[in-house]
Design a protein around this ligand. Structure first.
Ligand SMILES: Cc1cc2nc3c(=O)[nH]c(=O)nc-3n(C[C@H](O)[C@H](O)[C@H](O)COP(=O)(O)OP(=O)(O)OC[C@H]3O[C@@H](n4cnc5c(N)ncnc54)[C@H](O)[C@@H]3O)c2cc1C
Length: 442
């Protein structure tokens, strides 16, 4: 049996590629019976990861012009450059327009994240399923590809369940390696390697940080709102701003997930990587020191402990400014006192200058601990993958094997939280499918 175009993987990128291929072929006036499109998927339904995305609510994309989406979503310059053509070619408006054809409306939240108005990730997956049906795309479920051969200009795709399928064009859209229970166990990486592609080893991204030891078990469950988070090792450091959640294993929340890629790299390289929180990220050391000093003069009899219990966290307008982020969590106060070496009953007037300096240091660099592990399998995405230099960013065609297209998380990029990863999967998939079908006119 053969297909004109065979797509491996019915995730975000694979489904987008099949729909784009059909639209392109239709536009070229190619009869549907002359251009068959088949998706093979190891799961028994499409879009397993789409269904769990955004805690099940599915943060489909991020609002803004393509330029902004690229800037906010992809900090690595090489990745941003690689994705440019795809993200400009198939934008956030394009994906939302496509889903609207199936009645799925979406809306941007204040933070720019776009979610379905009604329904959830399953509704998005089902909309895709229906679009695939309209596009006369056949889906072979429970079919796991184990090997691909390329000979005489044709692909032969072999299945774990037995048998094979031939194809003129092949799209590999098998995703990354995180959340393996959704079907993403790195098969596509192995297949691409056997076809001659090089890989950057997969590494965690958008994953929690497991700490060697929690600063205190009493902190599990608390949130540090809008703080600065810094990870550092011998060879480098990275900083993010945002909410951090302390779990019973370590750190989670947007800032921790975002910084996890660097934390994993530093831990791997230097075997030791520490993490600290800046509770006053909008105030420099000098400004905070001046504010503490002024406070000490004004409120000499106040106990430091009491001050900390009422102190805003991450205030924008200095110590007196009201903080939208609440106050320093009560459970943190005894630890701040301990790290600063302060006695329970010390007041501003009995605090020596050295004590004030220590307090400043702890407030700006509260030690959260040492990163023990960044669990690859827990990441919303995995970094690493097929080398970008081996894929043409204008078409997503392999520079190694003609007629082979690669898209989605299988490629060596990873975006930030906020809908950027699904958008990149839709955009690279769309480009891959339309480029493959465009070859029909050559
Ligand atoms: C918990 C979680 C939450 C997330 N939330 C968001 C979010 O809200 N917004 C966002 O933008 N991103 C989110 N992401 C990331 C996003 O879901 C992925 O980046 C995106 O789905 C990747 O699309 P893809 O097409 O490359 O791969 P996938 O969607 O993973 O699809 C790959 C498909 O290939 C199939 N496959 C793999 N190997 C084979 C094989 N050998 N044979 C046949 N089929 C195979 C898999 O079963 C799978 O269906 C989240 C991820 C996770 C894990």
């Amino acid at each position: 049996m053969t297909a004109s175009l065979l797509v491996v993987g019915a995730g975000a990128s694979g489904m987008a590629s099949a729909i784009a291929a059909r639209q392109t072929a239709d536009r070229l006036g190619i009869r549907r019976e002359d251009f068959s499109i088949v998706i093979v998927e190891r799961n028994s339904r499409v879009g397993e990861k789409i269904r769990i995305s955004g805690g099940g609510k599915c943060n489909i994309t991020h609002e803004g012009l393509p330029q902004e989406v690229l800037r906010k979503g992809f900090f690595n310059r090489a990745e941003e450059r690689f994705l440019r053509k795809a993200l400009f070619g198939f934008t956030n408006s394009d994906i939302l327009e496509l889903l609207l054809k199936k009645g799925l409306r979406a809306r941007a939240r204040e933070d720019g994240k776009v979610f379905p108005v009604e329904g959830d990730g399953t509704a998005v997956a089902e909309a895709f399923e229906s679009l695939l049906e309209d596009s006369a795309v056949r889906i072979e479920y429970s079919s796991r590809v184990t090997k691909v051969l390329f000979r005489d200009g044709l692909f032969e795709v072999f299945f774990e369940e037995g048998g094979s399928l031939g194809a003129e064009w092949l799209v590999l859209a098998t995703g990354g390696v995180s959340w393996p229970q959704t079907g993403t166990t790195g098969d596509g990486l192995r297949i691409a390697r056997l076809l001659g592609h090089t890989q950057t080893s997969p590494s965690p991204a958008l994953a929690p940080l497991y700490l060697v030891r929690l600063p205190s078990s009493s902190l599990a469950g608390i949130a540090l709102r809008s703080v600065g988070l810094r990870v550092f090792s011998l060879s480098g450091e990275a900083v993010r701003r945002g909410d951090v959640l302390i779990t019973h294993k370590g750190l989670s929340g947007p800032a921790a997930l975002s910084i996890s890629r660097e934390a994993a790299l530093f831990s791997d390289k230097d075997k030791k990587c520490a993490v600290v929180a800046d509770l006053f990220p909008d105030l420099t050391d000098a400004v905070l020191e001046a504010e503490l000093l002024r406070h000490a003069v004004e409120k000499g009899s106040q106990m430091i402990r009491k001050f900390l219990q009422m102190c805003p966290i991450a205030p924008t307008g200095g110590l007196r400014g009201s903080s939208l982020n609440g106050t320093i969590p009560t459970a943190l106060v005894p630890l701040i006192m301990k790290h600063a070496g302060l006695e329970e009953d010390v007041t501003w007037s009995t605090l020596p200058k050295i004590g004030r300096k220590k307090l400043l240091t702890v407030l700006k660099r509260f030690p959260l601990g040492e990163v023990g592990r960044v669990p690859l399998e827990q990441g919303e995405v995995s970094a690493g993958g097929t080398a970008l230099r081996e894929v043409n960013p204008k078409t997503m065609e392999s520079r190694v094997v003609p007629g082979l297209f690669l898209c989605g998380e299988l490629l060596d990029y990873a975006g930030e939280i906020g809908g950027f990863n699904l958008q990149a999967a839709f955009s690279t998939g769309w480009l891959a499918g339309s480029s493959a079908a465009s070859q029909l006119q050559e």
